[in-house]
Design a protein around this ligand. Sequence first.
Ligand code: NAP
Length: 294
Amino acid sequence: MFKSKFLNDVNLQDKHATYTLNNGVKIPVVGFGTWQVKDGEEAYNSVLEALKVGYRHIDTAEVYRNEESVGRAIKDSGIPRNEIFVTSKVWNNHSSYESAKEALEASLNRLGLDYVDLYLIHWPNPAHTRPNNEQRNRDVYRALEDAYKAGKVRAIGISNFMVHHLESLLKTVTIKPAVNQIYINPTDQQEEVVLFNDKNDILTEAYSPLGTGKIFNVPMLEELARKYNKSIGQVVLRWSLEHGYLPLPKSVTPSRIKENLELFDFKLDKEDIEKIDKLHGTFGSAPNPDTKDY
Ligand SMILES: NC(=O)c1ccc[n+]([C@@H]2O[C@H](COP(=O)([O-])OP(=O)(O)OC[C@H]3O[C@@H](n4cnc5c(N)ncnc54)[C@H](OP(=O)(O)O)[C@@H]3O)[C@@H](O)[C@H]2O)c1
């Protein structure tokens, strides 16, 4: 069974648990996802609710078009800025050093923040950059490195990078990526990328940890939920944590927002983790960034 090295010294019975990134920065082990959360009331209310029930890590992106509402909720929560970990991401239309620099400034403006805790290249192979995506990634990443040096971001990384994208990028970086945010839930565990990340001290964040809602139809998970007296969502998010991933559940429903953070008062038996591992390939898979049309 895969266990990330990032789990060393992490107490998963502690609801304030953090992983330590490769530059020493601490990151709360669960983040609140905001993809498909509508700008305005929906994003504002759900982020505010998430912060109220205890999340201290919010995942947004330029392309989610909700940074302004996310930023307002962060401000209105009254929680000190340095107690909240905020991630944003540079989108595919930014293909040069300058453009990526501007994208970060624009995100900071929308969020109303002086810095973000983590800034990621969202996608490794935008369709319009093919076949020159390697150069694009190098240029954009250099902008992230400079932003890091200027104190505008506390950590930098990538998202949706497969092993060959990473191998290419790592040849020229001067600051190692701290995070690779990828699609991970029981149906696609991306073993090759996960092992590569871990070997290179890159934390694996698990996006779509609930399969964008698809895991709720798996009967075996219902049985496990009954066994642990937890919900299916909680069992699957705990499974993600026990492997040492960092799940980013999204919900706009207050009861679910709360439920998805109640993960620290139980643990899964090894054989149940292995049972869930066997769901690999059963109901969905990660997008392939080399063939998508964006
Ligand atoms: N880097 C990337 O390219 C990338 C791509 C995709 C996602 N992400 C990140 O990962 C986050 C999560 O992924 P995701 O948005 O695909 O979805 P997800 O978290 O896997 O699943 C969200 C769906 O499950 C439902 N849900 C949540 N908790 C539930 C519960 N306890 N019981 C029943 N249903 C529940 C939600 O419904 P309601 O909202 O209606 O409650 C929503 O329909 C994103 O929001 C984003 O921050 C990143």
